[in-house]
Design a protein. Structure first.
Lengths: 389, 304
């Protein structure tokens, strides 16, 4: 009898805690989505198609907007949309996991009047495709994916172009000829960036080696600090990374007197002494252009209703401002290479490109296209590190 | 390379060791607190936020410890007073802490703090091999080095320590001595929370100088597991925590040198190695579990 009573007590306590939690979860959802927005009843006759007739535009972020990284870059892009569409409400939700939870968030945005939705993380793609099927009148723009549907297009920037240029900077600045690259998972995007950085550094300094270390996570500051310290202990003097949150690694490098190359967003203020430059996104123009296409009813069949890719030329990827330690001749050299990429005379992956084993991956004289590069499954010569076979 | 791995072990393992030591004391008194993860996370966040607001890592540290203690008090109240299921309450506290800190911590993700930095101890840090490994860390690491023997002495050679262990074994004895097992359990669980909070603080204001939602990433759970595999001994908890840190350092060092092993295998190494070694160490002594913890695992019988 007593045991039963205890069980019931613990059950009740458990349930109360769960209820508190769900209330909390709803609160932390906070931002704008929870607020009521009136859905307009009258649709304008002239404009139809996915994305038209809404009162809001929704943005989903996988992490926090202040991560000095992937999500900050996307958040800045959403601010550009806010400026360019004063009549539409911008709904934002941070820390949206790459699960069915993302579907719930998108449906809530749709109920609040959104007809255009930007799921900005790679893993938001499948949830977005599911929601897109259920709401054919809503236009979706997914960041980084390759799968598309009638009302869902994907886009991404060729950030490896600016990663190459930051590699050139690092190759000129290193004194130990050892560069460290802290990465998340061995996926094509990540491998491509390691390769681009290495190709850039090697183009100006054939002796460099790039030590690549996988952490197996996108944002675990403890592991990042361990990886950074481990690489610095091995004599690396420039650290760069492919992580979602970039602050810990840049600050660790700064505290230990090493140089750092940023990624995703400008974080130069974190490292006044050691910051060199970084490959960063500038989504404002592209986000606005895509939103405009959808709002004006021109989405179906447009270039955005596919897997759209742009690069340095269109300004979606940029080089972050140089740090104070970078001398003028290095800046001039990097600028020269940037212009060469722009006018097409320099292709970072122009063959011959060899992998770690020395096998030729890109033949002499061949300039690979974006599809070939986005399926990269090898590391180039000069990288120390392994990918699962 | 060995110096690098051992140094890395201590860097990565110290926050876990704090939490583990606290949990040794709590479990010795007969309470298992999975909420240690929540206490750690609360400690990490509060220490960071208070350090940022006050500019003092010391005040931040104190606040972080107290935050950990507060989460543990919820556990203590529900488990000791309300007799709720220990494992269920512990898990719930983890989720509570994750939600609360993610919500309150949004504005702190991009903040910079002047946290605690490594201090090389003069003379000692110049000793080859031992110097860099043990004597070039932040002050909390030195503190935890001292706490291991202190807690060991407390548990096995001090009178309150004997009472605490008796509470975990046979609370009737404590009762008959005119002491309150309830009070002793409260104190033990609170101490566990305080230590987990300090461990979280070490992670946020000393090791990484960063706050990010859910940044403890299961380190508190590892700490609880270590206690069980460490047979409730502070010295073995130290071995376990630094083994965990060491495996992490080892996998990073191997990757950095281009060892031909899949990183996915290496990611598992910290968990695998810690389990295997502690399993081997533990095999010889099977029944060192505090008597009243059996109730947690085998169901409540009597117990009163």
């Amino acid at each position: 009898m007593g045991t039963v009573m205890k069980w019931r007590k613990s059950l009740i306590v458990g349930l109360v805690m769960m209820m508190m939690l769900s209330v909390l979860a709803a609160c932390s959802g906070g931002d704008d989505t929870a607020k009521e927005t009136e859905t307009p009843d009258e649709k304008k006759e002239a404009v139809t198609g996915p994305g038209t007739g809404g009162s809001a535009i929704g943005f989903l972020f996988v992490g926090a907007k202040d991560d000095y990284g992937y999500n900050k870059a996307a958040y800045l892009g959403s601010e550009g949309v806010e400026e360019n569409f004063p009549d539409l409400k911008v709904l934002r939700k941070e820390n949206v996991p790459e699960t069915a939870e993302a579907e719930r968030v998108m449906e809530e945005m749709i109920r609040n009047g959104a007809k255009v939705i930007f799921p900005t993380s790679y893993g938001h793609l499948d949830p977005a495709l599911n929601v897109a099927k259920r709401y054919p009148d809503v236009a979706f723009f997914h960041q980084g994916g390759l799968k598309t549907s009638e009302n869902l297009g994907t886009y991404f920037g060729n950030i490896w172009e600016t990663v190459y240029l930051s590699g050139v900077t690092a190759g000129k600045m290193t004194k130990s000829n050892k560069l460290g690259y802290i990465v998340s998972f061995p996926i094509p995007q990540v491998l491509l960036n390691i390769n681009a950085f290495t190709m850039g550094a090697k183009s100006v300094n054939p002796d460099i080696k790039v030590n690549a270390v996988f952490t197996g996570s996108w944002c675990d500051p403890g592991l990042q600090a361990s990886a950074a310290n481990s690489l610095l202990d091995q004599g690396v003097d420039v650290l760069t990374q492919h992580q979602d949150c970039t602050k810990t690694i840049i600050e660790t490098a700064e505290r230990r007197g090493a140089m750092s190359v940023g990624y995703h967003a400008d974080a130069s203020e974190l490292a006044p002494k050691g910051w060199l430059t970084g490959a960063i996104w500038n989504w404002k123009e592209l986000y606005s252009e895509m939103a405009r296409t959808a709002v004006e009813g021109k989405f179906v069949g447009s270039k955005f209703n596919a897997s759209y890719r742009i690069g340095i030329e269109e300004g979606a990827v940029e080089l972050a401002p140089f740090g104070s330690s970078v001398p003028d001749d290095v800046k001039a050299l990097v600028e020269e290479k940037r212009l060469a990429i722009l006018d097409g005379s320099l292709h970072p992956f122009a063959g011959p490109v060899k992998d770690q084993s020395g096998a030729v991956k890109i033949e002499d004289g061949v300039k690979p296209n974006v599809e070939q590069l986005e399926t990269t499954d090898y590391l180039v010569e000069g990288v120390i590190g392994n990918i699962p076979k | 390379m060995i110096v690098e791995i051992l140094t890395g072990a201590i860097r990565a393992g110290t926050s876990v060791l704090f939490a583990s030591l606290g949990e040794v004391v709590a479990q010795r008194a007969g309470v298992i607190n999975l909420g240690t993860e929540g206490s750690m996370l609360g400690g990490a966040f509060v220490a960071f936020a208070v350090t940022y607001q006050t500019g003092s890592p010391w005040i931040g540290l104190l606040a972080g410890g107290l935050a950990g203690l507060l989460f543990a008090l919820i556990h203590a109240f529900l488990v000791i007073q309300r007799r709720a299921n220990q494992l269920a309450v512990g898990l719930t506290i983890i989720f509570l802490a994750q939600g609360l800190t993610a919500f309150m911590g949004q504005d702190y993700v991009d903040k910079q703090i002047n946290g605690l930095n490594p201090i090389a101890i003069p003379v000692l840090s110049d000793i080859p091999f031992i110097g860099p490994v043990f004597f070039n860390h932040d002050i909390l690491t030195y503190l935890v080095f001292l706490l291991v023997p202190l807690i060991w002495w407390f548990l096995f050679y001090s009178k309150p320590g004997v009472l605490l262990r008796a509470t975990g074994e046979r609370e009737e004895v404590v009762f008959s001595l005119g002491k309150s097992p309830t009070l002793i359990r409260y104190l033990a669980v609170s101490f566990g929370g305080l230590m987990a909070g300090l461990g979280g603080a070490q992670l946020s204001i000393a090791f990484t100088h960063t706050w990010v939602e859910n940044m403890t990433q299961g380190r508190g759970i590892i700490a609880v597991a270590l206690v069980i595999f460490a047979a409730w001994l502070p010295t073995r908890a130290m071995l376990g925590a630094y083994l965990f840190g060491g495996a992490q350092a080892l996998q990073l060092a191997l990757q950095g040198r281009g060892l031909e092993v899949s990183p996915f295998l290496l990611f598992m190494l910290p968990y695998l190695l810690t389990l295997v070694v502690l399993f081997i160490v533990e095999r010889r002594k099977v029944s060192s579990m505090p008597e009243s913890l059996r109730k947690v695992f085998e169901g409540e019988r009597g117990g009163g």
